[in-house]
Design a protein around this ligand. Sequence first.
Ligand code: GLA
Length: 427
Amino acid sequence: METGRLGLVLAVMGLMCPAAEALDNGLALKPTMGWLHWERFTCNTDCDTDPTNCISERLYMQMADVMVKEGWKEAGYEYVCIDDCWPSHSRDAQGRLQADPNRFPGGIKKLADYIHSKGLKLGIYADVGKNTCAGYPGSLGYYETDAQTFADWDVDLLKFDGCFLDRSLIAEGYMSMSKALNKTGKSILYSCEWPLYEWPIKQPNYTAIREYCNHWRNFQDVFDSWSSIKSILEWTASHQKIIVPAAGPGGWNDPDMLVIGNFGLSHDQQQSQMALWAIMAAPLLMSNDLRDICPRSKELLQNRMIIAINQDPLGRQGLRTVMDCDVWERPLFGNRLAIAIMYKQELGGPRRFPISAVPGWKICAPQCNVTQILPQYKELGVQSHQKELVLSVNPTGTTLLTVTPLSGDLRKQHWNDTSAQKKHIVL
Ligand code: GLA
C-alpha cells in the first residue's frame, strides 16, 4: 500500500510511528468514540412487546438525540453503531442486503441521513462468512455488493464479524472486504474481528491487520461483569508484546465495548474499565442505555481528562509494567505519562501504594507535576522524586494519574529507548 495521507500527517506532526503502516483511509487517527448496541441490546427483535429496547431505527434515532442533548457528542462520542440482527433474513432481488422492513421502515439510508443531520456518524454490521453470528445473511460471496450498498447508504463505519467461515479463509475474507470498501471511493471506517477468529489456528499477522483494518478485536466478547473486564485485561497484558506495537494512529487494538452504566460493575470497577481503556488506546464504544443512565456513570464516561488520555495525539498504546497491584503506563504527547494502578484483591479496604514502585516514576527525577484523575480528581502538585508519595487504591478500583516531568525529556529518557521498552514488556 502506498504511503498515504496518514503517513504524511504523521511526518508533518513529527510524531513516532508504529512499525507497520496503517490502513490508508484517513480514518481512526485517534481511537474511535461512539455507541454500539450489542452488549446492552443484543438481538432483541421483539418490537411488539418491547418497542423501547428492540433493534429498530427508533433505538438509534433516540440514542443520537440523547447524544446531542446530553453532552455525549461534545465529549467526543461520534459514531452511532448498529450491530447484528438489523437485516431482513433474505437479500433483495438484486442480491443486496436489506434492513428488516418492520423494524427499519425508513431503511438505512434515511437513518444515516437522520444521524448525519445531528452531526453524528452511522455504523453498520456485517459478517465475513455465510451468516452473521446471530444467523442473518453474511457477506460471503457478496463483499463488493455489500460494500457498495453500505457506501450508497452513506454509512460511515462497518463492523465486520467473523462467524460461519472456515478459519483458514479469515485473513483473505477480511482483506477482500477492505479492498471492496476502498473501491467504493467512500471512506468507511473498518472495524475487524480478524485476529479474534484467527488466534485459534495461528498467531495473526498484525502487520497485515493494521494495513487493512482501522481497529480489530483480539479477544472474546465483553459481558456486563467484572470477571469479563478482568479477563480482557489479562489477555491484553499477556499478549502485549505482540499486539501493542501494532497500535497507533489509523489502527487500534479493540478490547470491545464499554459496559459502564449498565448492571454488572460497581462504581470502582466502572472506573477501572474507563481508566484501562484509556491506557490501552482502545476505541471507546459504549454499549448502554444513554436514555437512562446514572449521573455518576455519565460523569465518568464524559470525564474530559480520561478521554484526553485515550485520544492522546502521540497515539501509543500503554503497557502493563508491574503485576500484583497491576501498574499500567502509557506515554503521552509532551513528555507526559499516564499511570493506572489497579488493585485486584477482592477482600478488605483500600491499599496504600508507593509511587516509587511505578517503573516510569523514574522520569520524575528531580520533580514532576502530578494530577490524580481517579478515584477523585486531585491536583497533587509538584512532587519530588526523592520524597515518597503514597497513593490509595480501592479493591477492584483504579487510581489514575498523569505525571509531567518538570525537566528532562520523557520520550528520550524512558519510552523512546527500545531496550527500556523491551524491559517493560517482559516485566
Ligand atoms: C460476535 C461479536 C459480538 C457481536 C455478536 C453479534 O459475538 O464478537 O461483538 O457483534 O457477534 O452476533
